[in-house]
Ligand binder design. Structure first.
Ligand code: SF4
Ligand code: SF4
Length: 501
């Protein structure tokens, strides 16, 4: 199968006995730069079959610019993961199935992540098949350990079991190739749909390239934790019709999920370390640099609904997602088929028209963005549509037929606190800064701060049914020290007195 590899005159080459799972011999011509260089090759799960079928193949290490790359053609290339290191040539050749992939040869670093990866691979057999080292005047082929994918399967089984013990209702594994999501991300950013969430653009394509975001990442574990705090959806639906009460997104009624999920994911990582030893990892919870729905979709936790959120067949969409990036290769889960079918219920249900087309969200119009992420004045044309939603919005999910399968959380941290599920707008609007801090300590709502909280409540009161109680509450804040609050109060008072509300 020598023809399975790209060749170029004058390149360095070596024999690679893939049947043996090791480099047979590998003396190479000297590099101009004789400093130590190594590269690593990871095979994908199921590659063992490939090993049985193949003849020895040759891998050529090509000196190119200051890097050395191994070129694979289609067929051979797709059997391998790209290098553990995320670097230029790898990114430049993100073709499907790694056809023609270049695996960069990187300076050998005996310590740090590479060493840990090696150790981890040895511990559970992640499928590493090669390590080539160039020392002084030639390359000395590293001996590859034989691996068993069964070990990785066993490890993953153990991780799943621990994840459930930690309260995660779902767990899936995917790799780091999100190439097909990149264009959609770029288009979304180019259209400006991210609004003022500059941090989304700041990370650029790193968001779709986990191995660039966290160098060394080869697998991503996605987890799901259900948060719906009530026995069914009826109370939340009734709230939509009661303009005197504050509608707060159900995920925010309890403790801050960031802390809860982060701690659990960290404990999951610690558990993995007890099995494989030290390994490279990083935890993400609702973090801008990560395409969490994309990762969860690929990890088989559900499919992206037309409202752009993840939907699980067994649990609807009222859950949090978190991710554990690892430098361990684990067996990957298969994505599930989408099941929105011909349904389009979420599109017209959006009060502000933020779902501009199936699978396309203009965050600038989304109430979750406007009431949580957006820092300044809420655009007037959107205020009426916000209604009584003062922190987030659940409407597109409340109409989704799959949420008849939503599960009430068993997590005490997500239990409703401070009566926030039924609170009156006027009551919340009367809170002092000290009360806001005290009652919302540990709540995700506290993150937006007192000023935005009052701004949102003023909009809700502007949309509330007209009453003496509402007018008095607004008038008491008409000289609020915050110009932002005063402006929204003035709008609300004008709306109330004109009878528009
Ligand atoms: S969260 Fe609310 S505003 Fe945002 S897309 Fe869904 S229904 Fe529309
Ligand atoms: S409401 Fe219908 S279209 Fe929208 S996400 Fe749910 S199933 Fe899909």
């Amino acid at each position: 199968m020598d023809d399975g590899l790209a060749c170029a005159a004058g390149d360095l080459e070596m024999d690679f006995d893939i049947r043996q799972g090791k480099v047979r011999h590998g003396l190479f011509s000297p590099f101009d730069d004789a400093s130590a260089v190594c590269t690593e090759v990871l095979v994908k799960p199921g590659f063992e079959k490939f090993i049985c079928m193949c003849e020895p193949i040759k891998i050529k290490v090509i000196q190119r610019n200051s890097r050395n790359c191994i070129n694979f053609d289609q067929g051979v290339g797709r059997a391998f993961y790209t290098s553990l290191e995320a670097c230029g040539p790898q990114q430049a050749t993100r073709q499907r199935c790694l056809a023609g992939a270049e695996v960069p040869a990187e300076p050998d670093r005996e310590s740090g992540a590479e060493y840990r990866q090696q150790r981890a691979a040895e511990c559970f057999g992640c499928g590493r098949v090669g390590k080539l080292q160039c020392q002084c005047a030639g390359i000395i082929a590293g001996v590859m350990h034989s691996t068993s994918s069964l070990d990785a399967v066993e490890l993953l089984r153990d991780i799943r079991s621990k994840a459930r013990e930690l309260g995660f209702a779902g767990i899936g594994v995917t790799g780091v190739d999100l190439q097909s999501a990149e264009q959609g991300l770029l288009d979304w950013l180019a259209a400006g749909f991210h609004g003022g969430m500059d941090y989304m653009a700041r990370h650029g394509l790193k968001r779709a390239r986990p191995a660039e975001l966290v160098p060394g990442t080869v697998s991503v574990i996605s987890v799901r934790m259900d948060y719906w705090p009530e026995p069914d959806l009826s109370a939340a639906r009734d709230l939509q019709q009661d303009g005197a009460r504050a509608a707060i997104s159900r995920y925010a009624l309890g403790r801050d999920y960031h802390k809860v999920l982060r701690k659990r994911l960290q404990r999951l990582a610690e558990h993995v370390a007890t099995r494989v030893g030290e390994f490279g990892h990083r935890v993400f919870v609702d973090s801008a640099p990560v395409l969490e729905v994309e990762l969860a979709t690929r990890a088989g936790l559900g499919w992206r609904g037309k409202h752009t959120l993840l939907i699980s067949r067994e649990a609807g969409s009222f859950f949090f997602l978190g991710e554990l990036f690892l430098d361990l290769a684990l067996p990957q889960d298969a994505p599930v088929k989408p099941h929105c079918g011909s349904c389009t219920a979420c599109l017209p249900a959006c009060p502000t028209g933020a779902i501009i087309a199936p699978y396309q969200l203009d965050a600038r119009r989304c109430i979750s963005y406007l009431t949580i992420e957006h820092a300044g004045s809420i655009p007037e044309p959107l205020r009426a549509g916000i209604g009584n939603r003062v922190y987030g919005c659940d409407d597109c999910q409340l109409v989704c037929p799959w949420n008849r399968f939503a599960r009430q959380t068993a997590e005490p941290d997500f239990a409703i606190r401070n009566g926030l599920d039924q609170a009156r707008l006027t009551e919340l609007f009367s809170w002092t800064q000290a009360e806001f801090n005290e009652r919302l300590a540990g709540s995700p709502i506290h993150r937006i701060g007192y000023e935005r909280w009052l701004r949102n409540l003023a909009v809700g009161l502007g949309n509330a049914p007209r009453s003496r109680e509402v007018l008095d509450a607004l008038q008491r804040r008409s000289d609020d020290p915050s110009a932002l609050v005063r402006e929204h109060v003035a709008w609300a008072l004008a709306r109330q007195t004109s009878g528009e509300a």
